[in-house]
Design a binder for this molecule. Structure first.
Ligand SMILES: Cc1ncc(COP(=O)(O)O)c(C=O)c1O
Length: 432
């Protein structure tokens, strides 16, 4: 293992006390000790550096340490890192709400801030249920969600994620029961949903979906037509449509928001990940005027009953405003187009390798789907040896680099992917 010999004191003293995410602490390789970040690079304590091929869990869209975001953070830090939002207000949060309302399509005009993607989805679910209760419909408590979906790790979000995914399997039976159906990708699956809704729609508050790409469930793409179908079904059966844009929002698929490609406006949208350009935790749940108006009455019990301590955190909102400035001042969508072109050309040869099931690219996401990963740790370590930070999972190798990556660094990521896929094929390609 690359890292074991030269770990600093803080690592050795802290490792025996930390509990790492999604990690079998009993036998996983030790994490790399990181000293600093810059641009697309992660600098390790052992003197090496890695090109980040996954933008730190899909957040660092402008690369690390972008001076515009750092300057906004340090200025905000001097004046007011945080003040509670209930009864008080702050300029970065109000500015960000206004800007997000302007940027998102249709009349998604009301922004509720929280501090993680999962919590923003929990809020979306609560918003949908309370919307119906405020209108006197108390039986609409369930949601339709989809196989291979992933919406977070909290209990409510687990309930609308695929229950068979490794991450949620240990908790089977714990979360509330929802209706988990096949994503409507053809006439047969569309018809199944329509028949289901004929029977059950009256106990449902809404439908939740990751638009265009189901991420943590396997980087599975679907046609914009699916979103148009879900919009029509929600209109027909009077359901609230929630788009979880936490992974795909802010340009990842080549448009600012994925739903633009389907010309569909959801009733509620969730955002996080790239919202602060990968600097600080922040998430947003954005509702249309119609949803908001059902809460804005003269009865206290009608108000949205949710209030995270750090909602509207000024520091995080300042970072997000700076990130939006960068989308305005730098050619992000053009950069994503270039990444897409490169990924398409250079990952395509993987398709010829024995054991590769599919190669697919959409915007700044490139996926090589394998029959199975074989040994996930072997593969992750091989990428590190090649100077790349890439985290294959399930049966996919995927790349989601920062948008500012240059052609040489991107080629290093795709060359490494091709090389390691070849090696994998020899080592594990026949193992299913
Ligand atoms: C589509 C989607 N929704 C929700 C989440 C949960 O976000 P967080 O990890 O910030 O709670 C994720 C995280 O990967 C995600 O990809």
């Amino acid at each position: 293992m690359v890292n074991q010999n030269r770990n600093p004191k803080w690592f050795d003293e802290g490792y025996r006390h930390i509990w790492m995410p999604y990690t079998q602490m009993g036998n996983s390789p030790l994490p790399e000790a990181v000293k600093a970040t810059e641009g697309v690079r992660i600098f390790l304590e052992n003197g090496r550096d890695l090109i980040d091929g996954v933008s730190s869990w899909w957040t660092a869209c402008h690369g690390y340490n972008h001076p515009t975001i750092l300057a906004a953070l340090s200025e905000q830090l001097q004046t007011m890192p945080h003040v509670m939002l209930a009864g008080l207000s702050n300029e970065p949060a109000f500015n960000l709400a206004r800007r997000l309302a302007g940027l998102t399509p249709g009349d998604l005009n009301r922004v509720f801030f929280s501090e993680s993607g999962s919590v923003s989805v929990e809020i979306a679910l609560k918003m949908a249920v309370q919307y119906w209760r405020n209108l006197g419909q108390h039986d609409r408590n369930k949601f339709v969600a989809f196989r291979n979906a992933y919406h977070g790790d909290t209990i409510g979000t687990m309930s609308v994620s695929d229950p068979d995914e490794l991450m949620h399997r240990p908790f089977a039976g714990m979360a509330p029961q929802q209706f988990i159906l096949d994503l409507p990708v053809d006439q047969i699956s569309e018809q199944k949903i329509l028949s289901f809704l004929e029977e059950q729609a009256e106990q449902c508050a809404g439908i939740i979906v990751e638009p265009l790409v189901q991420g943590a469930g396997g980087m599975i793409f679907h046609d914009p037509r699916t979103l148009a179908f879900l919009r029509e079904a929600c209109d027909k059966f009077n359901l609230i449509l929630i788009f979880d844009e936490i992974m795909v929002g802010f340009g990842r698929l080549g448009t600012m928001f994925a739903c633009e490609q389907a010309n569909v406006v959801p009733d509620i949208m969730t955002l996080s990940k790239s919202l602060t350009g990968g600097t600080i935790a922040l998430a947003a749940t954005i509702a249309t005027d119609r949803i908001f108006e059902a809460f804005a009455t003269d009865k206290i019990e009608d108000c949205l009953m949710h209030g995270p301590t750090y909602t509207g955190n000024a520091l995080a909102c300042a970072a997000a405003n700076a990130s939006l400035d960068l989308f305005e001042s730098e050619p992000r969508l053009d950069q994503i187009k270039k990444i897409e072109t490169h990924l398409k050309q250079s990952l395509e040869p993987c398709r010829q390798i024995s054991g590769v099931v599919d190669v697919r690219v959409w915007g700044g996401i490139g996926v090589v789907e394998l029959s199975s990963l074989g040994d996930m740790h072997w593969m992750r370590q091989r990428f590190i040896q090649e100077g790349c930070w890439v985290r294959p999972f399930g049966n996919v190798i995927y790349l989601m680099p920062p948008y500012i990556i240059n052609a040489d660094d991107l080629a290093r990521l795709t060359d490494a992917t091709l090389k390691i896929t070849h090696e994998w094929s020899v080592k594990f390609g026949n193992v299913n």
